[in-house]
Design a binder for this molecule. Structure first.
Ligand SMILES: Cc1ncc(COP(=O)(O)O)c(C=O)c1O
Length: 423
């Protein structure tokens, strides 16, 4: 066997659709009932979102953390979809933004400044243009603090400090930390600056990474950052633990469920432990994007051609990783055919239409009878696909939103004519 043949055999031996990405019959029926009419109206590729799974996830969070002083924020970058943000905000919940664009978008949706939490680096380069009363701002650096402290005082901003944690290693450059937040040695200086303007931050914020494998990492990070705060003589009233819960039904490229070591019940235990160890923390904030929104959307693509004789059956579709599913680079999601088909399934490598082998959604067990014209559903496309979409050789995909039985076209497929008009 050549090296390439060995690699191919390994890849084919681990097709998608295994236990880690199992789709229940109920979920399949729910999405098929929405994909059919949406595709008939808007064509493919199309990202289709629905309110019901979002409401379900919110209810799960409320049950899991009932009785604890926990507040959840919408991570705007994870799903910048107007109706989804409106649904969230209509339930009395706030929105976390990290850029001028996101802040303006949130304000445009009539979200009041007191329900907006501004995170992210280099805010001093744009936030001075927004003297909004009562905004919530987590400062990221010494430079930011120096530039924003006087305005924060004038506008009555509720301040927080983001602290860097040991866990935030840059995975591309081992041993080097991600560039976010204050290093422990900088906290004293920032507190002194704020005290000079008669301000005390309320919130201690950290964000570990996305897809945090186990709740104990939050517990360890809380101990670490609260100890740093204590050493600097500061007792924050609120601990903002960022996002990072791994969604269900999503696997690593090797096929392991990303949420294998995670559960809301064990997260609840971790929060109870944090509160018991750090009695001064009156409230805990969470900003989960991926966990909350992944299951709220699917990507529908149409098979354009079926190719055989290259080691595994390959299909080329009108949408895929390069344009609508960047997270397929490191994640494996479930895939099903829109119309139920009988007969055996065979491993099938599913490609997008662009001229890169990279543009694929992985190998899935799909019916042998699959044909050009069939619609495929790639599940759990709610988180980050919309934020990371590209115009690689094609216009943007259509976007649709379902609330109950009602479909709204958020955006039709982008045509060359629309592009020419300068959209
Ligand atoms: C500050 C902050 N909060 C929340 C999130 C959402 O994270 P996730 O989608 O992993 O839950 C991110 C993502 O990068 C973030 O940087």
């Amino acid at each position: 066997m050549t090296v390439n043949e060995r690699k191919r055999a390994r890849a084919v031996a681990k097709p998608g659709g295994d236990g880690a990405t199992h789709v229940s019959a109920l979920d399949l029926a729910f999405w098929r009932a929405r994909v059919g009419p949406t595709v008939a109206a808007l064509g493919t590729p199309c990202l289709i979102f629905a309110e019901e799974p979002l409401r379900q996830r919110i209810a799960e969070l409320d049950v899991a953390f009932a009785g604890l002083p926990v507040r959840h924020w919408w991570s705007f970058k994870t799903l910048p979809l107007r109706p989804a943000v409106r649904t969230w905000h209509a339930l009395g919940r706030g929105v976390e933004v990290v850029s001028e664009f996101e802040l303006r978008a949130a304000l445009g949706l009539r979200i009041p400044p007191s329900s907006i939490l501004v995170n992210g680096p280099c805010k001093h380069s744009w936030l001075p243009r927004y003297p909004l009363e009562g905004l919530r701002v987590n400062l990221d650096s010494v430079v930011e603090t120096r530039r924003l402290a006087p305005m924060a005082r004038r506008c009555g901003w509720h301040l927080g400090l983001r602290l860097s944690t040991r866990a935030e290693e840059n995975f591309e450059y081992p041993g080097i930390r991600a560039p976010f937040g204050l290093m422990p040695g900088e906290v004293g200086e920032v507190l002194r600056m704020l005290r000079r303007t008669r301000q005390l931050p309320e919130v201690l914020h950290c964000h570990l990474r996305t897809n945090v494998p186990e709740p104990r990492y939050y517990r360890e990070a809380a101990d670490e950052v609260l100890e740093t705060a204590r050493s600097a003589g500061w007792q924050p009233a609120i601990l903002d633990l960022g996002g990072g819960f791994p969604p269900a039904r999503v696997a690593s490229r090797k096929g392991t469920a990303l949420s294998a070591g995670f559960s809301l019940a064990s997260m609840r235990e971790a929060l109870i432990t944090i509160r018991a160890r750090h009695r001064g923390v009156g409230e805990i904030w969470l900003e989960n994007g991926r966990w909350l929104t992944a299951s709220c959307g699917v990507l529908a693509v149409t098979v354009l051609e079926v190719k055989e004789g290259r080691g595994v059956r390959e299909v080329i579709c009108d949408g895929g990783r390069t344009m609508q599913a960047m997270v397929a680079t490191w994640e494996r999601h479930a895939m099903r055919v829109q119309s139920a088909r009988r007969g055996p399934a065979v491993p099938t490598l599913v490609h997008g239409p662009t001229c890169m082998a990279f543009d694929n959604l992985g190998i899935h067990e799909l019916p042998r009878s699959l044909r050009a014209g069939d619609v495929l559903i790639w599940f759990d496309a709610g988180a980050y696909q919309m934020s990371w979409e590209t115009r690689f050789s094609h216009g943007h995909a259509a976007l649709a939103w379902w609330a109950g039985d009602r479909r709204t076209t958020v955006r039709p497929r982008e045509t060359a004519e629309a592009w020419l008009r300068g959209r």
